[in-house]
Design a protein around this ligand. Structure first.
Ligand code: SF4
Length: 207
């Protein structure tokens, strides 16, 4: 986990400091070392192995960012009558045929059903709405060093799109029914305040 935190830290830096550029080796090495010292598994028995793997993930990430002509990765909007959703791409480039490519980056490997996740429906719809039908969404997996174009059948896209619209409508209506789950609840930050509040005044203590 710490190894992925290091990669995430360097990636955040790339997105802000090098949105449209590629860092040189010295700059990248220094920033990686900083991330490793503050967030890495420096005391682990296999620290050097983890460090080497994390550095390879970062190097591959930088390689992928040099494919295509960089474009600003501004948040893209998905607007519906029910409300608006802003989606943050990890990067945006112009491909060799002039098409816009919106990228999502994952530190792991591809899963067979990954595109069933609702985040991809949102990313796809926002991309189409913002950049038009010639735009593409692709996902970069750092561990497997692979890139997959996003694919989703029209039927799945339609059902997920309807589901998201229903979620937005319910959020705007303040409709948040409690859904208890034995596995999820104990780890939930709202665990001790979940459910109906008792009657009487509420006092919030700042500790
Ligand atoms: S504790 Fe959290 S996860 Fe469980 S029902 Fe309440 S809000 Fe949902």
């Amino acid at each position: 986990m710490k190894m992925h935190n290091v990669v995430g830290d360097v990636f955040d830096w790339l997105k802000t400091t090098h949105e449209m550029t590629v860092p040189n080796e010295a700059e990248l090495g220094a920033r990686f070392d900083q991330a490793w010292q503050t967030r890495g598994a420096v005391d682990h028995g296999y620290a050097e192995d983890y460090r080497r793997i994390a550095r390879r993930l970062v190097d591959y990430l930088v390689e992928t960012r040099s494919r295509g002509v960089p474009a600003p990765a501004a948040p893209i909007s998905l607007g519906w009558a029910e409300g608006e959703i802003l989606v943050w791409p990890d990067s945006v480039v112009r491909g060799d045929k002039g098409q816009i490519v919106v990228r999502r980056v994952k530190t792991g490997k591809p899963r067979s059903n990954a595109f069933d996740d609702i985040e991809y429906t949102l990313l796809h719809l926002a991309t189409m709405q913002t950049y038009g039908g010639s735009a593409q969404v692709e996902v970069i997996y750092l561990t497997s060093e692979t890139t997959q174009p996003m694919e989703l059948t029209e039927r799945k896209l339609k059902t997920r799109s309807e589901k998201v619209q229903e979620i937005v409508r319910r959020v705007r209506a303040g409709d948040f029914p409690v859904k208890e789950e034995a596995r999820a609840c104990p780890r939930c930050p709202s665990f001790f305040i979940c459910g109906d509040l008792p009657s009487g005044a509420i006092t919030i203590k700042n500790v």
